[in-house]
Design a protein around this ligand. Structure first.
Ligand code: SF4
Length: 402
C-alpha cells in the first residue's frame, strides 16, 4: 500500500478529524476538575517538596501528563460532546491509565473487543465515530475504518506522527528502519505499519547482535528466530541490513536510543567508510521532549537521599516502566503502582516488577522519618498522584500514633 498517499487522502476526507471540535474551554474546565490536584500544585510551588509529620515527599521536577496525552484526552471529551448520540469507539486504551480509561467507559465510549489477541472490528458500523489514541493506530486499521465509512477522530500525538514521517523517508530512500521499541507495543505496531523494511530492536543488547551481524555475518536462521515477531515480512538479514535508518518508540529510554543510533552509525562507518556513510545510514532525532524531560527529572531525583521511590503509572505504560528502571538501576527500593488501591492498609504494597510480575511487599514504609521520591508516567493524572501521597501521609501518621 502507498501509505503516504493513503494518509494524505484520509486527511482530506470530511470523515477525518484531528483538530478538536471547538469545545476546548468547556472541556478544559471538566478536565481540570477531574484530573488536576491542589495538593500537587502546592508541592510544585514549594520547590517540589513537602513535609508532613515524619514524611517528606520529593517530587520529580517533570512528571505526569505530557501535552500529547492531555491533548488526546481533551479531544476524546470533545468528541463525546460533539457527537452526543452517536456510538463512539476507541481502537485501544486512549492512554495507558486505568482511571482515564474508566472515565471513557462511563462516557459510553466503547473499546474495540479483542478476541484471541486480535481486535474484532465487526462491532463497528458505518456512521460510528472511532477515536484513534495518542500513540496512534496502524495504517491497516485506519484503512479499515475508512472503508467502513466511520468518522475518524485522530488524537495521535504529533511526536508519534514525526516518527511515522521518518520511517516514510527511510522507505523512500530504500533504507531498512531499525526501530528501537517493543514489537508488540501499539505505538511500534503503528510505526512499523508505515515502514517498508523494518527490524525492531528491544534494547542495546539486541542492537549489538545486529551490529555484529552487519560486520561479521552470522547464522541467518538464528537471526530470524530471534527477530521472528520483530521484522517485516520476507526480511533477509543478509540483504536488508546494507542501508539502515534509525527510528524509535517515543517512550523508550532516551540514552539507550542514542546509544543504539551511535552504535549503528559506527558499524556502518566501519563497514563502508566515512565517505559512504550517508548511503548506508540515516538518523533523525525523534525522541519526544516530554519523555526526555521526565527521564532527566528522574535522573536528578535519584541523586537525592531517598528512602524509597514510588513510580505511578499504568502497568502497560512503557515510559513509566523506564522511570522505574532508572530507580532500580540505582539500587533504590522503588515501587511501581498504577492506582492508590495497590497500597494496602497494614503496611503492604502490591507493585509491578520490571519482569511484569506483581509482587506484594510487606513493611514497605520504614518507621521514623522518611523521604519518599515520587514520579509518574506521562499518562498519569495528578489526581492519582495526590491520592498516593495522601495515603502515605495517612499510613505514616497512623503508625506514629500506634
Ligand atoms: S510521551 Fe511524547 S510522544 Fe507520547 S504522547 Fe506524550 S508528548 Fe506525545
Amino acid at each position: 500500500m502507498d501509505t503516504k498517499a493513503f494518509k494524505r487522502s484520509l486527511q482530506h476526507s470530511e470523515n477525518y478529524h484531528r483538530k478538536g471540535f471547538g469545545h476546548q474551554a468547556e472541556v478544559a474546565t471538566q478536565l481540570k476538575s477531574e484530573y488536576q490536584s491542589k495538593l500537587i500544585e502546592q508541592i510544585r510551588n514549594n520547590n517540589y517538596s513537602l513535609t508532613r509529620g515524619d514524611v517528606t515527599i520529593d517530587l520529580a521536577q517533570a512528571f505526569g501528563f505530557c501535552w500529547g496525552v492531555e491533548r488526546a484526552v481533551a479531544m476524546a471529551y470533545e468528541t463525546r460532546k460533539h457527537f452526543p448520540t452517536e456510538r463512539i469507539w476507541i481502537t485501544n486504551e486512549i492512554i495507558h491509565n486505568p482511571s482515564v480509561n474508566q472515565r471513557m467507559r462511563e462516557m459510553e465510549v466503547g473499546f474495540i473487543p479483542v478476541d484471541g489477541g486480535e481486535k474484532d472490528f465487526s462491532v463497528v458500523i458505518s456512521g460510528d465515530v472511532v477515536i484513534l489514541p495518542a500513540f496512534g493506530a496502524s495504517v491497516q486499521e485506519m484503512q479499515l475504518l475508512n472503508d467502513k465509512n466511520c468518522k475518524i477522530v485522530d488524537t495521535t500525538c504529533p511526536w508519534v506522527s514525526k516518527v511515522w514521517n521518518t520511517v516514510e523517508k527511510h522507505k523512500k530512500g530504500d533504507y531498512t528502519s531499525i526501530i528501537h521499541g517493543k514489537y508488540n507495543h501499539e505505538e511500534t505496531v503503528a510505526t512499523s505499519s508505515f515502514a517498508g523494511k523494518y527490524l525492531i530492536v528491544r534494547n542495546l543488547e539486541q542492537a549489538e547482535y545486529v551490529a555484529d551481524y552487519i560486520l561479521n555475518g552470522g547464522n541467518g536462521d538464528e537471526f530470524m528466530v530471534k527477530f521472528a515477531k520483530a521484522c517485516s515480512v520476507g526480511f533477509d538479514p543478509d540483504r536488508d541490513l546494507e542501508r539502515v535508518g534509525i527510528a524509535n518508540q517515543t517512550t523508550m529510554l532516551k540514552g539507550e536510543t542514542e546509544q543504539i543510533g551511535k552504535l549503528l552509525e559506527h558499524t556502518m562507518m566501519k563497514k563502508y567508510g566515512p565517505l559512504e556513510l550517508n548511503q548506508h545510514f540515516q538518523s533523525f532525532n525523534t525522541i519526544c521532549d516530554a519523555t526526555q524531560e521526565r527521564q532527566d527529572a528522574m535522573l536528578s531525583l535519584v541523586q537525592q537521599q531517598l528512602d524509597l521511590m514510588v513510580v505511578i503509572g499504568g502497568f502497560n505504560s512503557s515510559n513509566t516502566t523506564h522511570l522505574q528502571e532508572i530507580a532500580v538501576e540505582r539500587g533504590i527500593s522503588s515501587y511501581h503502582i498504577d492506582t492508590v488501591e495497590r497500597i494496602k492498609s497494614g503496611n503492604s504494597i502490591e507493585h509491578r516488577q520490571l519482569n511484569g510480575e506483581l509482587e506484594i511487599t510487606e513493611n514497605w514504609l520504614p518507621t521514623g522519618k522518611i523521604v519518599v521520591g515520587i514520579t509518574s508516567g506521562a499518562s498519569t493524572p495528578d489526581k492519582v498522584v495526590e491520592d498516593v501521597i495522601e495515603k502515605i501521609f495517612a499510613l505514616k501518621s497512623t503508625a506514629a500514633v500506634v
